[in-house]
Design a binder for this molecule. Structure first.
Ligand code: NAD
Length: 493
């Protein structure tokens, strides 16, 4: 496999954001693959068709698997240093193409443009981090009780990987999987969400434009995922499935993957509690709940979904939060001032609105001003007098609404926070060091933010417990998901 372009400087990249009339093909081994059909991509903000996208089926999935197997056989032979050079070049290319990628995400899924730029930085950070980590795939030499034996442990790539990604972070959910996979020596086929195929296609084009081998990272797009997914999961050459998305789909894929004994990573839904104790810095807690709850319109798996506030500060906290939410600017995703764009779909809008309506019908009180919104927009909302029976306290809302519940003591707050099948992210606000330790240890979650509403960084493990999934992405832990351990015992002559 030639890596001669690996050091080519990121100069000028030939990619474009979707515009009405644009056509996008899947990127299967770099061929502009012929698909069974096409589907129209619509802007969630305007409803307009913004691109036509390849609708792939079984034939393209088979082709992608053939390529991925070939790609793996040569990619695994490359040195980690050569893989690192390509990942670094891809990182630079992504940053150079930031505006195009950000605009693409704003158009595809309605992410406000400022946040979309932030996502490009976050997504690219995984490429850089794993470029470095590729050089640390060291194994172990174990002490032996036999003088004539040498015992070694090697870390080797698992094989071709099938990755399924969601629409809410169209770039970062891809790089968080592909960067460790490629660094480890695996080839990866990504099936992006049907709502955000173009970001994925542009990432694959950038990969190829910096000299990345076409069979090593492929993107297969489809309006309905099941046919492709079933075929790739049944293919014994695919050794790992990594999925980010909803819990029901994750469980379905987990069951299907048993037949071919795939390695699995599942990053699933969340229902994050945010606990504010009466010794907290209230203004800081308000600022962070704004970031944790309202970024991406509340469509983030680690988004705060339930806010528990200690009774003594409840009114003061609620008033300040409602004022901050009333000041949010709701608008078109491409406008610089927009903080809240549309939700991704009619179904997403209906679910979030139904959580608000259900809570109000059962006696919750709206603390924010009413706003006129239409289409897929939902007015950012704060609700008080919320009870645990309301749907908003039971299900992931994925929308810009913060329900507030008062609590009396630490034990009650921890019990309420843990009373859910989910266990992805949780947050707590306190200035008491003992409480910070006690509560963060008692929370049944994979990620805890202590006075921190935005803990995600590329070097840390990201993932959940219980119905929020299995496995971790990010950091030195994340690359282990793409590596098998091989024990080699050698008897000396
Ligand atoms: P979803 O499960 O409907 O879709 C996610 C992906 O799965 C998409 O690519 C979709 O095409 C694919 N898919 C759907 N049905 C499939 C099937 N039968 N076979 C194969 N693939 C299938 O989820 P969504 O609504 O698009 O995404 C939002 C969910 O993702 C939320 O629950 C959110 O919490 C979760 N999420 C989790 C994380 C995390 O890291 N834990 C990150 C982002 C989003």
């Amino acid at each position: 496999m030639s890596l001669s372009h690996a050091s080519r400087p990121a100069a000028h990249f030939m990619i474009e954001a979707p515009t009405p009339g644009a056509d996008y093909t899947a990127v299967i081994a770099g061929l502009e693959a012929e698909a069974v059909g096409r589907y129209s991509l619509r802007s969630p903000a305007s409803g307009e068709v913004i691109a036509s996208v390849a609708d792939c089926g079984a034939a393209q999935a088979r082709l992608a698997a053939d390529n991925a197997q070939r790609g793996f056989e040569s990619w695994r032979q490359t040195t980690p240093f050569a893989r690192a050079a390509l990942l670094k070049a891809w990182h630079s290319a992504m940053l150079e193409a930031k505006e195009v990628l950000a605009l693409t995400m704003a158009r595809e899924m309605g992410k406000p443009i400022g946040e979309a730029r932030g996502e490009v930085d976050y997504a690219a950070s995984f490429l850089e981090w794993y470029a470095e980590q590729a050089k640390r795939l060291d194994g172990d030499i174990l002490p032996s009780q036999h003088p004539d034996k040498r015992l070694a442990v090697l870390r080797q790539p698992v094989g071709p990987v099938f990755a399924i990604t969601p629409w809410n972070f169209p770039a970062a959910m891809i790089t968080r999987k592909v960067a460790p996979g490629l660094a480890a020596g695996c080839s990866v086929i990504v099936k992006p969400a049907e709502q955000t195929p173009v970001t994925a296609i542009l990432l694959a084009r950038l990969w190829q434009q910096v000299g990345g081998p076409a069979e090593v990272f492929q993107v297969i797009t489809a309006e309905r995922p099941a046919e492709i997914s079933d075929l790739l999961i049944a293919d014994t050459r695919i050794r790992k499935v990594t999925f980010t998305g909803s819990t029901p789909v994750g469980k379905h894929l987990y069951a299907k993957s048993a037949a071919t004994m795939k390695r699995m990573s599942l990053e699933l839904g969340g229902h994050a509690p945010f606990l504010v104790f009466d010794d907290a810095d209230i203004d800081a807690a308000v600022a962070e709940v704004m970031a944790s709850k309202f970024r991406n319109g509340g469509q983030t798996c680690v988004c705060t979904n339930r806010v528990y506030v200690q009774r003594g500060i409840f009114d003061s906290f609620a008033k300040r939060l409602a004022q901050a939410v009333d000041a949010l600017s709701v608008g078109q995703p491409e406008e610089e001032t927009t903080q809240i764009g549309p939700l991704v779909s009619q179904a997403g809008r209906d679910k979030a609105q139904s959580h608000i309506d259900d809570a109000l019908a059962q006696g919750a009180r709206r603390l924010t001003a009413a706003r006129e919104v239409d289409g897929f927009f939902v007015a950012p909302t704060v609700l008080a007098d919320v009870t645990e029976e309301m749907r908003i306290m039971q299900e992931e809302t994925f929308g810009p609404v913060a329900p507030l519940v008062a609590f009396d003591d630490e034990a009650q707050a921890v019990a309420a926070a843990n009373a859910t099948p989910f266990g992805l992210a949780a947050y707590l606000w306190t200035r008491n060091l003992g409480r910070a330790h006690r509560v963060s240890e008692a929370l049944d979650y994979g990620i805890v933010g202590v006075n921190d509403g935005a803990p995600s960084v590329p070097q840390a493990p990201f993932g959940g417990v219980k119905d929020s999934g299995i496995g971790r992405e990010g950091g030195r832990y994340g690359i282990d998901e793409y590596l098998d351990l091989k024990f080699v015992s050698t008897r000396l002559d």
